[in-house]
Ligand binder design. Structure first.
Ligand code: G3H
Ligand code: 13P
Ligand code: ZN
Length: 283
């Protein structure tokens, strides 16, 4: 039922749209993402961080995802987000994930290549896709200087060598985005993205996209981004609704009475992102 993520991204590449890598953190987030994808007829990339997997329990993730996908005909990938080690990637593959990210972006270039190659070899032998990251996502905080930000960004020449030597299926790039809540306005380096896109012929991935204005996301899709990761914006949509409901009625105690509406608010945000990325009616 699950398909390798590479298949989903290949189709996106042919037509020039992107698919959301949407983080699943609990039952309600999975419900929201699947419901939105079904309503929009969009392919699905369900992303689980190591933290989210340990929060939910790995077998429960598998059980929930299987349960949801039984009733949907959408092409769907279950993807490990920011896998920190070979072991973490293998654990997910053994449990049925169809895609893994090995994120050794904090390591020196050669070490990043070595770790990525090891995962690619094992994953590809069982038909699982691999995402890797080159360049580091630094914060948008005031204490990060422009020079530090530049130095952390993906080097287009290195990107070509990295892809060639690792055989990875898609590459996460650092072009000025950051995870979490932005302190200032993101300032994306589109020239750099264009060079990277000219140098490599695999789909590119944009992390830390929650706080990036839609116009910038659209521009990055024009320049080869085929997967756009969103977590924070969904958490914010969910929690904002919970806060509203508690403000309206501080005596609420039944989780279904606040998680239900919060889940629906999150689903609306997921639909909005699907439209920005252009994956509606592409399933
Ligand atoms: O990029 C990371 C994702 O947003 C998930 O982060 O480790 O807080 O689950 P997490
Ligand atoms: P955000 O924190 O911007 O949602 O980033 C999500 C992400 O990159 C997950 O890998
Ligand atoms: Zn990320």
């Amino acid at each position: 039922q699950l398909v390798p993520m590479a298949e989903i991204l290949e189709a996106a590449d042919e037509e020039g749209y992107a698919v959301g890598g949407f983080n699943v953190n609990n039952l309600e987030s999975l419900q929201a993402i699947v419901k939105a994808a079904e309503e929009e007829n969009s392919p699905l990339i369900l992303a689980t961080s190591e933290g989210a997997i340990s929060y939910m329990g790995i077998d429960h993730v598998v059980g929930m995802v299987e349960g949801f996908l039984k009733n949907t005909g959408l092409p769907a990938a279950l993807h490990l987000d920011h896998g920190g080690s070979f072991e973490a990637a293998m654990r997910c593959i053994r449990k049925g994930w169809s895609s893994v990210m090995i994120d050794a972006s904090k390591e020196p270039f050669e070490e990043n290549i070595a770790q990525t190659k090891e995962v690619v070899k094992a994953a590809h032998s069982v038909g699982v896709s691999v995402e890797a990251e080159l360049g580091k996502l630094v914060g948008t905080e005031d204490d990060v200087t422009v020079t530090e930000k530049e130095a952390a960004m993906t080097d287009p020449e290195e990107a070509a060598e990295f892809v060639e030597r690792t055989g990875v299926d898609c590459l996460a790039v650092a072009i000025g985005t950051a995870h979490g809540v932005y302190k200032g306005e993101p300032d994306l380096d589109f020239e750099r993205l264009e060079k990277i896109n000219n140098n490599v012929d695999i789909p590119l991935v944009l992390h830390g996209a929650s706080g990036v204005p839609s116009a910038d996301v659209e521009k990055s899709i024009d320049l080869g981004i085929r997967k756009v990761n969103v977590n924070t914006a969904f958490q914010q949509a969910f929690t904002a609704r919970v806060r509203e409901l508690f403000d309206e009625d501080p005596d609420l105690y039944d989780p279904r009475k606040y998680c239900g509406p919060a889940r629906d608010a999150m689903a609306e945000k997921v639909k909005e992102k699907i439209h920005t990325f252009g994956s509606q009616n592409k399933a």
